[in-house]
Design a protein around this ligand. Sequence first.
Ligand code: GN1
Ligand code: MG
Length: 370
Amino acid sequence: MAVSRASLQQKLKKLIYKFRIYGDFMVGVPFGNGHVNDTYLLTFDQGGVRLNYVLQRINGAVFKEPVKVMENVDRVTKHILTKIQKTHSETQKRTIRLLRSHDDLPYVFDDNGNCWRAYIYIERARAYDVLETPEQAFGIAHAFGEFQQQLIDLPGERLHDTIPDFHNTPKRIEQLEQAIKEDKAGRVKDVQKEIDFILSRKEDASLLVRLNQSGDIPERITHNDTKSNNILIDDLSGEGICVIDLDTVMPGLSLYDFGDMVRTCTSPAEEDETDLRKVFMRFDMYEALFSGFCESAGAFMTAAERENLANAGKIITLEIGTRFLTDYLSGDKYFKIKRANHNLERCRSQLKLVSSIEEQMNDMLNLLKD
Ligand code: GN1
Ligand code: MG
């Protein structure tokens, strides 16, 4: 244990000095709750002052072209910085600031070919896995809506599709059907109820993709992973201050971003809660998301996008539940797990949330009429 701890410190130290950074490396510790990348918080002594940085290994199995991921993140953060410089006197906490390597790139590679990036840790702000108040939900939706708004005029060519068909819900269901056929881990027999639940909603699940294909809802630049914990909430002001985890920023549909907020901001329980009585959509949280998003995204939202806000949460919650189940059936190859049935537990809580959203569909639609 002692040896591996020391070797981790050596490894982190070697990596972080591949970036242009001032001061003495003190310590690095694992950080955050991501299901995909490896994240560390590093502390530096800079002339007697302690400063923290986040260092992350991009998961190469998930992001096959990490350089493209970083090109997207770099362009997007630079663009956002130019925007907030015009509107805010203090910009330090309002966007991720990437460190640059000695070759002036926003990433480095280790000896095993893994891609790493680093940024300045934002102090006195935090990310919430479960929200406590509607004000937080409002702030999160407002911030993600503003993020889309800021990127509407991103100059240059289309961003890279770093994970093609990332939010193609019908494709995700096809992948589930394939995993059922293959039954690699011999688990299909235990999850017939979950499979039936998902497959009986196939038609509903394809709605947003169909609306995009028919030209009714446009492609935009979206975040694509708008979990509650991908916004930092300022400790003092309570404002949703900074959008983080930009790995999946790419062309996408605005409604998937809104939907993932419904999935992660409205339930009083964690994504992997096993007591399903605790998993449901709190309507006051939905209302707060709706208001926050309309306030910042309302100006550019089309009528068809607006009309489908109520469907978005259901569709992406079904999509993520489908992905968890697919991974469970495939032997837990994609998402990091902490226990044997973790992906199944995650799937079940998502499906419970889908049911709760369905029950409240009329109330959600009524909100649109007002
Ligand atoms: C993954 O890495 P993390 O936890 O931010 C996943 C998202 C899922 C999410 C479910 C690249 O995000 O798509 O919605 O888990 N990211 C990727 O919690 O697959
Ligand atoms: Mg993520």
